[in-house]
Design a protein around this ligand. Structure first.
Ligand code: SAH
Length: 186
């Protein structure tokens, strides 16, 4: 994260540890939440890994993920809002100009709720917005040993940071962690 300048991804208050609005009802997460997500995925973001960021928003976390998987790794962002997708490409180009010559980062403007099966399987999938139903389709796009990190909204309205770990072809383990607050996946 020290290699990714948050000032290139938002205009206001980039260096305080708080979420900030990035328009269109989206927020760039607080740095400590980005750190938390990266930490939960750390074993799967090895050099050469393939990862997916659903709801990539400002592009900040996508840049971090790409730096972790290195030149031989692939980081794919899915963002439903075309304005945000366009500005995130500008943010990433400003912050990490070397990525322009590196085909291992890409961004699709699309509904990412069902992931991107054509590029599966992934070592790690992150969702930057809260889901409310079990993400079976996304889990099926993980490699065995792969991890999905997402905020999960319970029927009570409480959201929990949640990790799905694909144990083998048939089994997946779900870990519900601390309470969080994210915008909802559309
Ligand atoms: N993690 C990002 C953005 C988090 S805000 C950051 O820190 O910058 C959540 C983002 O998810 C918003 O940009 C929103 O437009 C996007 N989003 C919501 N529903 C989506 C969907 N179904 N598919 C793809 N992106 C979605």
């Amino acid at each position: 994260m020290l290699l990714v300048d948050r000032g290139n991804y938002i205009d206001r208050n980039p260096y305080i540890d708080k979420p900030q609005s990035i328009a269109h009802n989206a927020t760039i997460s607080a740095p400590h939440m980005h750190a938390r997500a990266l930490h939960l995925m750390r074993n799967n973001l090895y050099i050469g890994a393939k990862c997916l960021d659903i709801g990539s928003g400002s592009g900040y976390l996508l840049s971090c993920m790409k730096l972790m998987v290195g030149i031989t790794g692939i980081a794919i962002g899915l963002e439903i809002n075309i304005q945000l997708a366009k500005s995130s490409v500008r943010n990433i180009q400003k912050d990490q100009p070397k990525f322009i010559h590196d085909s291992g980062i890409c961004l699709f403007t699309m509904d990412g709720g069902n992931g991107l099966a054509s590029q599966a399987p992934y070592d790690a999938i992150h969702i930057g917005a809260a889901i409310a139903t079990e993400p079976d389709k996304l889990v099926s796009q993980l490699k065995v040993g792969g991890v999905l990190v997402t905020p999960f909204r319970l029927s009570s309205g409480i959201q929990q940071m949640t990790v799905y770990y694909r144990e083998n072809e048939l089994q997946c383990t779900k870990y519900s962690l601390e309470e969080v607050r994210y915008v909802l996946l559309q």
